[in-house]
Write a protein that binds this ligand. Structure first.
Ligand code: OGA
Ligand code: NI
Length: 209
């Protein structure tokens, strides 16, 4: 049986070597299904809101640039299924801090969906006004995803050459350094995920910039 620690070590090795890593079949199928079910519930309850770009004063909403709808996850209010994802991410955090001294202290996560036709243009998750995001992770929830559905995550190097394309397949986790330029290609069918960031300060201090 592969333990969370083994998978966390594989992902950490990928971060060190390449700045990213991808793993399939992350969680037990029953846990994946429960998370997927919770996602549906939140959508039915209209819990999502249009995501913006930047924060506070710089905050803008431009669906051409960023097309997703999000719902933040309160770490104190987790369903058992999401808690299991957190358990894995915590193992990953421990391994990153042990191997890379990244000083990860906390995380923030949200559910996200992109309606058909939407994507997220090239950007970095770590930038001047938000320097505390160190590692980004995306857990995909798209059962039966197939070529042509779009919504791939594309990672770029510093010369903006594409270095990795990740298909957003169900129960797959992608991790990458938050300073990496990346893009979500427009999707041809609704695209769902849980997206999160490992932070080098407690989440309540990220506003300090
Ligand atoms: C983001 C992002 C990537 C993805 O939300 O900042 O780049 O694959 N997401 O959903
Ligand atoms: Ni991003």
């Amino acid at each position: 049986m592969t333990t969370y620690e083994t998978v966390a070590a594989q992902l950490t090795a990928g971060i060190i070597e390449d700045g990213y890593a991808v793993v399939d079949d992350l969680l037990d199928l029953s846990v994946f299904k429960a998370i997927r079910y919770r996602f549906d519930e939140l959508q039915d309850e209209d819990e999502f809101e249009k995501a913006g770009i930047g924060k506070q004063l710089q905050y803008t909403i431009d669906k051409q640039v960023r097309g997703d709808f999000i719902r933040w996850i309160d770490p104190a209010d987790q369903t058992a299924s999401v808690y299991e994802l957190y358990r894995f991410i915590n193992a990953f955090k421990v391994e990153l801090n042990r191997s890379c001294y990244l000083g990860i202290k906390d995380m923030e996560t949200h559910y996200a969906f992109y309606p058909e036709g939407r994507g997220y243009q090239k950007h970095r998750d770590r930038f001047k006004t938000n320097p505390h995001r160190i590692v980004s992770f995306v857990y995909y929830l798209n059962e039966g995803w197939q070529a042509g559905d779009g919504g791939e995550l594309v990672l770029y190097d510093e010369d903006e050459r594409g270095i990795k394309t990740v298909e957003p397949k169900a129960n797959r986790l992608a991790v990458f350094l938050s300073e990496t330029v990346h893009e979500v290609l427009n999707c041809n069918t609704e695209r769902r995920s849980i997206t999160g960031w490992l932070l080098d300060v407690p989440v309540e201090l990220t506003f300090l910039g």
